[in-house]
Design a protein around this ligand. Structure first.
Ligand code: F6R
Length: 366
């Protein structure tokens, strides 16, 4: 049932070209400029006219929510808040019927996320679910929703569910932007076409596997890791660090790269591997200066870059190249090498990759 793979996690990482395509199937038809999310149809009006979008989730799903914050604000110009469900539910948050809540959950059973939904519902907000497990509790309590259709995810560390969540949220943001007129038609059409190429670009990104395996050998005994990115790649840095902690038990922190100088820079010495997500996008130059700052302090630099990059290649100890895409779609590709890196390190350390200690696939207690 692992389809010839040694672990479910590796199988699920490698399934992503297909799971992302499955998520978009029947929804996205770029050639005809069509993007249909069935679950959204009856609530499009509420969504379009919302004062605020509040995204609530836990863990990896919360990271997908952070990516969505950038997407919704860029394309639809509606203010977004991303809330840990466990904090949101106990804060007596200010909510009204003009709020559109998006609850993201792979399992659809996370206790804190469910409780956050109940609370928001009681205040009159509209709740939209983005879940993977069909018929689970969250899709049953929300007003509407879209399934991620990633197929069963067995590995405790979420991989293909994360990219499917981002795929759904990306489609939602594009649709909303188009409907609201904040995303002009020609740009919308361009973005739809590019979105269709993502599965094949993920396929190409996966080919860095052997190189990442080599990098993993070199750093498997590190005690700490830093992950840094800006913009759309900031949530990816958080996700990369979470993947490493949960399956390899190496301490890792993700930060927005610019925050480094406000504290974490004190940690950098020749023993500290720093993973930069330094793709060619609007914050590229800034990330390059952050890389120089780490290099000056002798940190070891592993950089995820856009294919053909030469600047970072000359500075970093290791580069992992991924295909270029629209800035807003980069997380779908840049997270892939980080999943592979954590996987290989965990295997080399003899960890139980599919069932890490102390973790459960479905967190049904708060
Ligand atoms: C990390 C991971 C967890 C979950 C979190 C929320 O790899 O799997 O952080 O993302 O427990 O779970 P769901 O998405 O099922 O609500």
């Amino acid at each position: 049932e692992k389809g010839g793979y040694e672990h479910f996690m590796l199988k699920e990482i490698n399934e992503q070209p297909r799971s992302i395509a499955d998520c978009m199937r029947g929804r996205l038809d770029a050639q005809n400029g069509r993007l249909v999310l069935g679950g959204l149809r009856d609530y499009m009006n509420k969504f379009q006219n919302a004062d605020r979008i509040i995204i609530t989730a836990c863990g990896t799903s919360w990271h997908a929510g952070l990516v969505a914050e950038y997407l919704f604000e860029e394309f639809a110009r509606i203010p977004v808040e991303v809330e840990y469900a466990s904090e949101f539910r106990y804060r007596n948050p200010v909510l009204s019927d003009k709020d559109f809540i998006i609850a993201i959950s792979q399992s659809g059973e996370t206790a804190d996320t469910l409780a956050a939904i109940e609370l928001a519902k009681s205040k009159g907000a509209t709740i939209f679910g983005v879940c993977n497990v069909v018929g689970s509790s969250i899709p049953r309590t929300t007003h509407a929703g879209s399934y991620t259709h990633a197929g069963p995810e067995i590995g405790v560390a979420s991989t293909k569910a994360f990219t499917a969540q981002i795929s759904v949220l990306t489609m939602m943001a594009l649709k909303l932007g188009y409907k609201r007129g904040t995303l002009p038609e020609n740009r919308y059409m361009q973005l739809l076409s590019e979105l269709e190429t993502i599965p094949s670009k993920v396929e190409r990104a996966l080919k860095m596997n052997d190189k990442i395996h080599e990098i993993a050998k070199e750093y498997k005994d590190a005690r700490n890791f830093l992950y840094l990115g800006r913009g759309y790649n900031f949530p990816v840095a958080l996700e990369g660090a979470l993947k490493l902690k949960e399956i390899s038990y190496i301490h890792a922190e993700g930060y927005p790269a610019a925050e480094m100088k406000h504290g974490p820079i004190a940690l950098i010495d020749e023993e500290m591997p720093v993973v930069f997500i330094a793709t060619k996008d609007s914050s590229y130059e800034k990330v390059v200066s952050n890389i120089q700052e780490v290099k000056a302090r002798k940190g070891k630099i592993i950089a995820v870059v856009t294919e053909g990059d030469t600047v970072v290649k000359n500075m970093a100890d290791h580069v992992i190249e991924i295909p270029a895409t629209e800035e807003a779609f980069v997380p779908l590709i840049s997270v892939i090498p980080l999943q592979q890196l954590s996987y290989h390190i965990a295997v080399m350390r003899g960890c139980n990759v599919d069932q890490p200690r102390n973790l459960a696939k479905s967190v049904t207690v708060e």
